[in-house]
Design a protein around this ligand. Structure first.
Ligand code: SAM
Length: 179
């Protein structure tokens, strides 16, 4: 099953400067910056909350990245000119689970601002959209899929019901890029 980490790592051209302004626990960045697939020369990870980045320092010790505790706009505006950007903002309520769910600051639709920034810049951007189980899915999806400058990859995921007789969970996800 391909997921955001795998897809992102394959979308990011090798040998570039990689910026993830909603970096969280840096699982995606780790795939991009560490892996053979999307090798990045410089890796910049921002997050407004210090807790996930503290977690990154102790759990991804081999990840060579510049960590910045700050709002996403500051991270993108101060990034070097030749960077590729990956946006993975929060889109639903989620409890904080260290290493899995950074939580907090979910209660805002970041996507219109992100898209506006990406459309203005000449640089390569990748955006992970809300999945089909999230309330924002129907609002955000057309913003990207109706704009011909953006190419989206859709996938689906089925998670087996955990208890006997429980229904399987089924959802779609969408990752879009402007290059
Ligand atoms: C979905 S998570 C990112 C997960 C990440 N891609 C990973 O691989 O672990 C979204 C992150 O955005 C952060 N965030 C929320 N509002 C923000 C803002 N205004 N600026 C920067 N980061 C923000 C949250 O703290 C959270 O860690």
């Amino acid at each position: 099953m391909r997921n955001i980490r795998d897809i992102a790592a394959n979308m990011v051209p090798p040998g570039v400067c990689y910026v993830e302004p909603f970096g969280g626990h840096a699982w995606v960045a780790k795939e991009v910056c560490d892996s053979q697939k999307g090798k990045a020369t410089t890796c910049i990870i921002g997050d407004i909350n210090p807790e996930p980045l503290e977690w990154v320092k102790t759990h991804h010790k081999n990840l060579k990245a510049i960590l910045k505790v700050q709002d996403w706009k500051k991270t993108v505006n101060e990034a070097p000119a030749d960077c590729v950007f990956l946006f993975d903002p929060p889109f639903q309520v989620a409890p904080v689970i260290p290493g899995r769910q950074p939580g907090r600051n979910w209660n805002y639709n970041y996507y219109p601002d992100i898209k506006e920034w990406c459309d203005r810049t000449k640089r390569k951007c990748i955006v992970n959209l809300p999945n089909s189980r999230a309330n924002l899915y129907n609002m955000v999806k057309p913003l990207f899929t109706n704009d011909k400058r953006w190419k989206c990859i859709e996938g689906e995921k089925i998670q087996k019901g955990k208890k006997p007789g429980a229904k399987d969970l089924h959802w779609r996800y969408l990752i879009c890029k402007n290059f």
